[in-house]
Design a protein around this ligand. Sequence first.
Ligand SMILES: Cc1cc2nc3c(=O)[nH]c(=O)nc-3n(C[C@H](O)[C@H](O)[C@H](O)COP(=O)(O)O)c2cc1C
Length: 328
Amino acid sequence: MAPSDSDASVGTAVEAEYVPVVRTSVSPGIAPTPFASDELRESIQTLQELIPLARANLAKEHWDYLVGGSETEATVRRNRMAIECLALRPRVLRKLTQIELGTTLFGQRLSLPLILAPIGGLEAMDPAGAAAAAAAAATAGVMMCLSSACQPGPRETAAAAPVGSPKIFQLYVRGDRSFIAENVEVALACGYQAFCLTVDTQLYSRRERDFLNRFSKPWRKGADDAATNQSASQAALSWDDVEWFKQTYPDLPLLLKGIATAEDAELAVELGVDGVWVSNHGGRQLDAVRIDAAHLRFCWTDASTRHARQHACGHHSLPLVFSVVQPD
Ligand SMILES: Cc1cc2nc3c(=O)[nH]c(=O)nc-3n(C[C@H](O)[C@H](O)[C@H](O)COP(=O)(O)O)c2cc1C
């Protein structure tokens, strides 16, 4: 039975049919990301080892910004629980001598159906900022999505990876349509193959950990300044702007990040949007919002959103990875 869109179930096992895709050709595997030293490679082989080192390497306010969510952080916890509730139905005896995980997204060949999510303020965590992420993504053959709230900016970040590396530019809108147009021009000039508007951040959330740390994020300075109040532009965004974007740039793939209902996925598809990033911003925006796994279920089961599904983008939840891997 198709789930109802009003069903806000938490903790219900969501089953996903998983039939491995086996193709005759095998894409080049994932090249190991270069480590600074053999010693480092030896000492970090699992996330369990990586996470404490990362934590020890960061100032408390940066760590809390990285791992925290909004308000009570209920959505962060529920997202994790929802992912653990996802259950596979593995089919067997499919001749797995050759496994193909590669896919094509926005015309770009990827070794895995993954996108590095846009992360603002990476420069606070690594001096190379987004450039380090871009280089790592290119080495791994996955898509990079650069946040406009991240240094060293679109030009230098693009230059950190080989020409033609798969990349998307994500924009927080800090001005009128001419601001969007300027950013599109820069993104195109730098070789970004798609453009992303984050649409779940019209009003910035209350991040309690940042308040507790009295942490004022340098990368949000213009947005938060009472004098400039750049956030007002993001708050003013509407579907009219999406329509304008697709009419003005019909050949530039547009991705809306932060879609959470089937109705909005449908609106996006009607306006010609090329990708719907089903997300609740990792629980960092609206708290107590529906969980990611439920978003995915509701957005996907609606037949009219199948078009969007075909162009679905990266997500840390498993089903979307499967969806991109598996032909419909
Ligand atoms: C430290 C941090 C910074 C982030 N900065 C941005 C950003 O600048 N732009 C954006 O669209 N999303 C940003 N996000 C949200 C992520 O892109 C992503 O939506 C989130 O990690 C949850 O993943 P999901 O959307 O695949 O569910 C940030 C997330 C984190 C953890």
